[in-house]
Design a binder for this molecule. Sequence first.
Ligand code: C2E
Ligand code: MG
Ligand code: MG
Ligand code: MG
Length: 293
Amino acid sequence: RSKQRGRGTYSFFSPEMGAQAAARVELESGLRGALERDEFVLHYQPKVSLETGRVVGVEALLRWRRPGRGLIPPDRFVPVLESTRLILTVGAWVLRTACADLVSWDRLGLPPLVMAVNLSPRQLAQPFLARMVDDTVREHGLDPGRLELELTESLLLEERTGTTDVLDAFARMGVRVAIDDFGTGHSSLSRLKRLDVDTLKIDRSFVAELPHDREDLAIASAIVAMGRSLQMRVVAEGVETPAQARCLARLGCHEAQGWLVGRPMPAAELVAWLQDRDRPRRDGWDGDTEPMT
Ligand code: C2E
Ligand code: MG
Ligand code: MG
Ligand code: MG
């Protein structure tokens, strides 16, 4: 059986390889060197307080500007980065870039925001992650409380060696920790209680059908109540309509993120958006509902 070597460094396509596998190899070879070629870019999506309507933070979301192919969304390539060691260097770049942008916004005199950065499970298994985060925050002269690391719920599932230590290290440093897409994984509530988690992000699948869907309303309400009683902040993802925002505010959810507030935008666009918003409010959600406290 013959393996036909392509001219690329590692792509070899054999007839028995499916088109899907071939596409993946092609994707992976495109990703190698993408960092050096400066093809990654961060977009930032704002989060607002449902109590005051003010912008309180942003989430950094990675995109790949692939030559000739446009802007590739993370769902298409982050899994590939994650299955290789590339996520470690790209992840470190994301953190550095997000911190540098945050510092530059401070210098422009914008109100101090909290920067949320997504971490993959593979990064969390890295022994020097806490040290890397600490170094990055220090190098940029940032208050560690301005950084929030978003982790997936699967980390709560089992007692993985290392995870607890890393989260403890973040807590000691004063870096915040959020559980992303909360409600979609299988989390152990006893573990959630023991870990130092600051924020729960309600997955957007539970937000989409609010306020009409009874089940989703029950789930969103339960997550908010649990988060609040465990002294955590609760953020709703994927908020697209004023009715959803009003419903979440009534439930006592602290913050909202979604198209209603703003789409993920390049840094320069976010700055203009923030400056424009600083003027008297006239956005879609009028904040007329008293939040439950
Ligand atoms: P996530 O962390 O849950 O990010 C929220 C996703 O929801 C983003 O998709 C965002 O664009 C999208 N979204 C925000 N508001 C709305 C809305 O109102 N409606 C709808 N339908 N969608 C909304 P995006 O940017 O495509 O990112 C997808 C996922 O990729 C992220 O989900 C995160 O898990 C991952 N990701 C993004 N950047 C990074 C990164 O730097 N590192 C790692 N490890 N993962 C990343
Ligand atoms: Mg996230
Ligand atoms: Mg999320
Ligand atoms: Mg989500």
